[in-house]
Design a protein around this ligand. Structure first.
Ligand SMILES: Cc1ncc(COP(=O)(O)O)c(C=O)c1O
Length: 430
């Protein structure tokens, strides 16, 4: 027990202690407030710095006339004459095709894959489809990816090592440039479609390093210019120098070959090409892609291709649409539609000779008119749009400065009258 005196002493010292604690708390909370204010201002400044940086870069694009803005044609989109989309065969809008897909899809009673391919996303349709695709394309095996972009940023970084070398056509697609950025090895471009230049580089590399693994990357039909690669010569050179040849068939799938098998099969080169990419967002009018490869490469990609492993697998409607795309090539009216497409290509080639622009005239559905600068390319595209023709300008930096222009996509469903109108409008544009 404390005496009264002791109790008073304890109370007094407690009061002064409590007072100190309270005043300390005030000081701390004030300082804390200042510190938290400080953080708040710091974050505000950071956000401001980021916003300034983004605005500056967008302004720079705008000054170059290269600001990208998705164009929306609205509900009347179908009234425009389509010379822009990659729907070469018209499957994306073919009512009968859409109905057949819907009938098959309905039976499956599932929307999404529900997981990645290595977890719950391995729907039986994926495996069936891969078997069918491999058989159709005379390939040892096939592996589905969610898109061509995913396939390219998946297989190349997975397969190549620091010590390997990649030789690529200077006009190769952006997805392969992105894939190459993910790998720390030597990458050398060769002049566009110049097989001799490829051979010179390969010969030098082989002399220096006889055992080096060399990948060669080309497209069969180049996505912007629409010109066709000298695949036979390239495959012979790759064979001569033991290089691994990859051919991106995004724009030849469903176009070349008796049944739309692609340029590699059209030329009988399937045994000479190590990897092929077929994408389904172009002539099939749907989405997704398949890498045609050996079983070893397929199993390896299933283990190491990150863009395949760490993503939800393709949805069921897309799988059915891809399957029906192949059905159309094999058993549908493909031959008739292809004839229509190529008669339009030939008609355009004839009529376009008179245009006062630098033209890249090709034996493929993609034609390119070089206009020479972003502003003029945009103005011509706007003029065509005003006249109900849908053609999109291709601007720098998507293409090199000076190569800006219009990419014209011909389709089976275009008519000669539409092509005449297009050419007249371009010719009369000043
Ligand atoms: C040559 C080429 N490769 C790959 C891709 C990417 O394919 P996807 O649209 O399926 O991602 C494209 C698409 O523009 C392409 O043109």
């Amino acid at each position: 027990m404390y005496s009264d005196k002791q109790t008073k002493l304890v109370e007094k010292s407690f009061k002064s202690y409590a007072h100190k604690v309270i005043s300390l708390r005030v000081i701390i909370s004030k300082q804390f407030e200042e510190i938290s204010n400080c953080f708040f201002y710091f974050y505000a400044i950071m956000k401001h710095v980021l916003a300034t940086r983004l605005n500056q870069l967008l302004q720079r694009r705008a000054q170059q006339g290269a600001l990208r803005q998705p164009l929306q044609l609205g509900e009347n989109a179908s009234q425009y004459i389509d010379f822009a989309s990659n729907d070469y065969l018209g499957l994306a809008r073919d009512k009968k095709h859409i109905k057949t897909i819907a009938q098959h899809y309905e039976k499956l009673a599932q929307i999404g894959a529900t997981g990645s391919r290595l977890l719950t996303g391995n729907h039986w349709l994926c495996e069936d489809l891969e078997r069918e695709i491999a058989q159709f394309h005379k390939s040892e095996n096939a592996l589905l990816f969610n898109s061509g972009y995913d396939a390219n940023i998946g297989w190349l970084p997975a397969l190549s090592r620091k010590t390997d070398v990649i030789l690529y056509d200077a006009a190769i697609h952006a997805s392969l440039h992105d894939a190459m950025q993910m790998i720390h090895n030597t990458k050398l471009p060769f002049q566009h479609n110049n097989a001799q230049h490829l051979e010179v580089l390969l010969a030098d590399l082989r002399l220096a390093q006889p055992e080096q693994i060399i990948f060669v990357l080309v497209e069969s039909v180049y996505s912007m210019d629409g010109d066709i690669a000298p695949l036979k010569t390239i495959s012979e050179i790759c064979e001569k120098y033991n290089a691994i040849l990859f051919v991106d068939e995004a724009h030849s799938h469903g176009i070349f070959g008796e049944k739309g098998e692609g340029l590699v099969q059209h030329l009988g080169l399937e045994k000479k090409v190590d990897l092929r990419l077929h994408t389904f967002g172009k002539a099939f009018g749907t989405h997704g892609a398949a890498l045609l490869c050996s079983t070893l490469i397929k199993n390896y990609c299933l283990n190491y291709a990150r863009s395949l492993i760490y993503t939800t697998a393709l949805d069921i409607h897309t799988l059915v649409s891809i399957q029906q795309g192949y059905f159309f090539l094999e058993k549908g009216s493909f031959a008739l539609v292809k004839d229509k497409l190529f008669s339009n290509v030939n008609y355009f080639k004839m009529q376009a000779q008179t245009l006062p622009y630098s033209l890249q005239i090709n034996d493929s559905p993609i034609q390119f008119i070089a206009i020479g600068n972003n502003q003029k390319a945009k103005a011509l595209s706007a003029h065509l749009l005003q006249n109900n023709i849908d053609i999109r300008p291709i601007l720098a930096p998507t293409v090199n400065a000076g190569k800006e222009g219009l990419r014209i996509c011909l389709h089976a469903y275009n008519s000669y009258v539409e092509i005449d109108l297009l050419i007249t409008l371009i010719r009369n544009f000043i």
